[in-house]
Design a protein around this ligand. Structure first.
Ligand code: PMP
Length: 428
């Protein structure tokens, strides 16, 4: 039998400290929006394995599909003996993605791998090397995606140099006083100073900044990026790894803006808890690389594909897009009430799109300086009381909600009540 303390000690000896774990408790069982640790303690899960569980832990439909697939084959490598679930999932994703142009989908295993492949495809399609990403962006921890990720500590410290021809433009962020116009001026200046637009293959943006703070990109910014990409023959990539699959109330967050990207990267909630990711894009662009240029031994694992097809069916059958909008409204209203009851708690901003919601904590309302320490205390107090929370933001001073969209009203209410108690305890 395990204890949390014993496993913490064994882990310290066996696993590098670079893989940080947010909670010092070890999982034993999970169902929908609840999780139990090895000592039998129960937690309400507002994290969902970092945005992977929009359909909840072990959704019966997802588990049944994965088990049925396991009874046939679990791996053949799509590059050797292909299989139907990969093709069926690609067809489904092509149909779901925005825009009228014919589409194709490549399946891989992780979000970072999806981003790497989107860049490769954009380079092959345009014959250009450059990539532009934004301040605060998170695109992964592999070396190319790290170069694109816009946060030094802890991700980029001591592991450079990063690939050349990756440029950074300012993200439009009210907190930093950067308007859409400022951000677009920054991008135009980048074209003048460092990044010849004729050498840029792709501009990549998260339609809702994820790790960087759950900040939606103003729609006029996305529209302007589309125009700039069209003007210069640049591919627009929407990184929907965290925002996709219903989190914001649409299949893809960028749909809220009406902007159609050339390529979309997906992962996380697509496969209901199984490792799967992909690049969905315009067929002519996706076909730029020669046969053999794309892939990987495990890409599009058949069990994960079966799980993804089932997870998509769950999102449709249980009306999770509408539920996400309703949940987002509820979360924002409840956070506003909590903030009003407790002005000294210094909840400065409540923001998001659909159920992709975060609250930000500051030291005072004048300077709005980030209060990462308070945020940490809230998360620790919540854990003690049975609620799993995770921070985000460049200074770790926001708490984001990624609760399963399948969670019952009662569970969400219980979680929010614990959140308020944790807040009081953290301030006291
Ligand atoms: N892009 C975005 C927007 C993400 O949020 C993440 C993961 N948090 C990634 C890419 C990388 O995905 P993975 O961790 O599966 O490599």
């Amino acid at each position: 039998k395990y204890t949390n303390a014993d496993l913490v000690a064994r882990r310290e000896a066996a696993v590098p400290r670079g893989v940080a774990s947010a909670a010092p408790v070890y999982a034993s069982y999970a169902e929908n929006a609840e999780l139990w640790d090895v000592e039998g303690n129960r937690y309400i899960d507002f994290v969902g394995g970092i945005g992977v569980l929009n359909t909840g832990h072990r959704h019966p439909g997802v588990i049944a599909a994965a088990k049925a697939q396991e009874d046939h084959y679990t791996h053949t490598s799509f590059q050797v003996v292909p299989y139907a679930p990969y093709v069926e999932l690609a067809e489904k994703l092509n149909a779901l993605a925005p825009g009228d142009a014919p589409k194709k989908t490549l399946l891989v295993t992780t979000g970072a791998e999806a981003v790497e492949n989107a860049v490769k495809i954009a380079r092959a399609a345009t014959g250009r090397p450059g990539v532009i990403a934004f301040t605060g962006a998170y695109h992964g921890r592999t070396l190319l995606t790290l170069g694109m990720t816009g946060k030094v500590s802890p991700y980029k410290k001591g592991v450079g140099p990063f690939p050349a021809d990756v440029f950074r433009a300012p993200f439009p962020n009210v907190r930093d006083g950067i308007t859409v116009q400022d951000a677009l001026t920054g991008l135009q200046n980048l074209f003048l100073t460092d990044a010849d637009p004729a050498r840029i293959a792709a501009i990549i943006i998260e339609p809702v900044l994820g790790e960087g703070g759950y900040t939606p990109v103003p729609f006029e910014m996305l529209t302007a990026l589309r125009d700039i990409c069209d003007e210069h023959g640049i591919m627009l990539i929407a990184d929907e790894v965290q925002a996709g699959f219903g989190r914001t109330g649409k299949w893809f967050a960028i749909e809220h803006s009406g902007v159609v990207p050339d390529l979309i990267t997906v992962a996380k909630s697509m496969a209901g808890g199984y490792p799967l990711a992909g690049v969905i894009g315009r067929a002519d662009v996706m076909d730029a690389m020669d046969p053999g240029g794309l892939g990987g031994t495990y890409g599009g694992n058949p069990v994960a594909c079966a799980a993804a097809l089932a997870a998509i069916t769950v999102i449709e059958d249980e009306d999770l897009l509408a539920k996400s909008i309703a949940m987002g409204d509820k979360l924002k209203a409840r956070f506003a009430e909590i903030g009003a009851r407790a002005a000294p708690y210094r909840m400065w901003d409540i923001r998001g799109l659909g159920a992709m919601v975060a609250v930000e904590f500051v030291t005072d309302f004048e300077s709005i300086a980030a209060d990462g320490a308070l945020t940490k205390r809230i998360i620790a107090q919540a854990l003690k009381r049975g609620l799993l929370l995770l921070s985000c933001g460049m200074q770790g001073n926001a708490i984001r909600v990624m609760v399963p969209l399948t969670a019952s009203e009662e569970i969400v209410d219980e979680g929010l009540a614990i959140f308020e108690e944790a807040l009081s305890a953290a301030v006291a």
